[in-house]
Design a protein around this ligand. Structure first.
Ligand code: BGC
Length: 251
């Protein structure tokens, strides 16, 4: 099935047409700047623009950087606070005029990796961590997702919030070298391992393509690998999520 996958991030809103049977992108990825302030109407209009640029008339899967409970945003760390409590499914469907399906961005990136990527056929606990403006997490046990784990917001043993200490945005803003940032990120991974004991850790987002630059700073016991879809996992997974929702609503 073909579905438009959209990944809403703190700095860019990215989309492409996805073949959900294979996880393949059927069109070039298009990236638009995330509007500032990132209000519901502004983001809705940006998603509608992506739909228009793709000349798309079908279902739209959207990964959004917040906890999404039955279509309602519950948090808003890197988008406008007016998202909290908003029915994002209704908002984005209204803006695009198309059926929209919305879930947490890291959760959908995880769906792509578990379905077709680094986490495929991996038993046990798989943790996906997306590194971007925020730190997103998705937790799978034997292939089943526990949704909305907001583990980028835990506090580390140095009293810092993980996302404010080791996100991709922090690396950029503080111009940290990969080694220095890798040490910070390792502190976060160590905490994650101590709490969840994942059998595999998959890194997504911008930094995933640079894993070799900080891999030697990582001391966790679990294998740490880059997402097979790198920073496109969110787009692919958003489409996979929409497909699951469509199938469930039909059955
Ligand atoms: C948000 C999460 C999101 C992550 C990555 C965090 O700030 O709270 O919901 O998954 O950023 O975008």
């Amino acid at each position: 099935m073909q579905i438009l996958g959209v990944d809403v991030g703190g700095s860019g809103v990215k989309g492409a047409l996805v073949e959900t049977q294979t996880g393949e992108l059927l069109t070039e990825r298009i990236r638009l700047e995330t509007p500032q302030p990132a209000t519901p109407d502004a983001i809705g209009a940006t998603i509608a623009e992506l739909v228009r640029l793709h000349e798309w008339k079908g279902p739209v899967g959207i990964g959004f950087p917040a906890a999404i409970q039955r279509g309602v945003a519950r948090t808003a760390a890197n988008v406008d606070k007016s998202f909290i409590g908003l029915d994002v499914v209704e908002c984005f469907s209204r803006h695009t005029g198309l059926p929209c399906y919305v879930a947490n961005d890291a959760d959908v990136a995880g769906l792509a990796e578990i379905g077709f990527g680094a986490g495929k056929d991996r038993p046990g606990v798989v943790m996906i961590i997306t590194i971007g403006t925020g730190l997103g997490t998705a937790l799978f046990a034997d292939g089943r997702l526990l949704p909305n784990t907001e583990l980028g917001h835990i506090y580390l043993d140095n009293g810092e919030e993980a996302e404010a200490f080791a996100s991709g945005a922090v690396r950029d803003n503080e111009s940290l070298k990969w080694n220095a940032w890798g040490k910070r990120f390792n502190r976060y991974l160590t905490q994650m391992e101590f709490l969840f004991w994942p059998d595999l850790i998959v890194l997504g987002g911008g930094a995933s393509a640079k894993l070799e630059k900080f891999a030697d700073q990582l001391t966790v016991a679990a294998p740490v690998v880059a997402a097979s879809f790198l920073n496109q996992a969110g787009i692919v997974g958003a489409a996979l999520f929409a497909e699951t929702q469509l199938k469930t609503s039909k059955s």
